[in-house]
Design a protein around this ligand. Structure first.
Ligand code: NAP
Length: 262
């Protein structure tokens, strides 16, 4: 099968959590361009409906509001999706919020509630999603899941404990769950993005002046061998490839997409 044919997703259905911004939005766009029907999810319904309209042709992209840290909302999300499309072929568990990054801090400055909140959004939410996505995929013979980790799970820098631990835990969940379902037609992988220009990263770059922002940007670029930060579509292409039949023998892997940091 040619590569283009192997990446054709016509007749398939994709779910993208955190699909209303940044990496998730770019990935939803990629799934739709390859012919899939796409459901994007996020908490902000106004933005969600706007994004679905911007990305969709003939209603092939739709929005469902859900907070993926809440099991009932995940159950309802999958229920709505299955009512709408009758199947689930690809899931990109990607949602996380900026507070999970900025809230990570020094050990004694972080409360138990803050720690648990960050781990819940960056790790537990994807476990919850997989718990309900896998049965839906098994019902139609299989599928492919990609979870979003972070280069922070590799760098393990001081002061990033809850976020880095949550993302490293997510990599463990990806690999163990992949092995659990490998013989039943489900492939599960993770992407580990480096610095990608999204609203989340923009919050780190923002400064009072243009020069301040340029200095912040230069600090990121100085540790990236390719000398630039990445674009959301550069992660989206890897995610959709991992989901496609072109990656039919790839499972239980964590793929770094960071322009070579360090
Ligand atoms: P972003 O542009 O801020 O987008 C985050 C998305 O997640 C939004 O659609 C947001 O919508 C949704 N979201 C947040 N919390 C949610 C929740 N509890 N339930 C459902 N949806 C939720 O961020 P991004 O940079 O694309 O980040 C996407 C993923 O990549 C995250 O997992 C992040 O940790 C990871 N990552 C990013 C970078 C980077 O440099 N950008 C690097 C490494 C890893 P609502 O706010 O409406 O819910």
């Amino acid at each position: 099968m040619g590569t283009e044919l192997a990446q054709d997703m016509t007749g398939r259905v994709a779910l993208v959590t955190g699909g209303t911004s940044g990496i998730g939005r770019a990935t939803a766009q990629r799934f739709a361009a390859r012919g899939a029907d796409v459901v994007v999810c996020g908490r902000d319904a106004d933005r969600g409906r706007r994004v679905a309209e911007e990305l969709g042709r003939d209603g092939n992209v739709s929005f469902v509001a859900a907070d993926v840290t809440d099991e009932q909302q995940v159950v309802d999300l999958l229920g709505t999706m299955l009512d709408r499309h009758g199947r689930l072929d690809y899931a990109f568990n990607n949602a996380a919020n900026i507070e999970a990054v900025t809230g990570s801090g020094a050990l004694t400055d972080t409360s138990l509630a803050e720690f648990e909140g960050i781990v819940r959004v960056v790790m537990t939410s994807a476990w919850l999603c997989m718990r309900h996505e896998v049965p839906a995929m098994l019902a139609t013979g299989g599928g492919a899941i990609v979870n979003t980790s972070s280069v922070d799970a590799q760098l393990l820098s001081a002061g990033t404990a809850p976020y880095a631990a949550g993302k490293l835990g997510l990599e463990a969940l990806t690999i163990t769950t992949a092995k659990e379902f490998a013989s039943r037609g489900i492939r599960i992988n993770a992407v580990r993005p480096g610095a990608i220009l999204t609203p989340m990263l923009e919050r780190h770059l923002t400064a009072d002046t243009e020069e301040g922002r340029a200095r912040n940007l230069a600090r990121y670029e100085s540790v990236i061998a390719m000398g630039r930060i990445g674009e959301p579509r550069e992660v989206a292409d890897v995610v959709t490839w991992l989901c496609s039949d072109a990656a039919s023998y790839v499972t239980a892997q964590v793929l770094t997409v960071d322009g070579a940091i360090g």
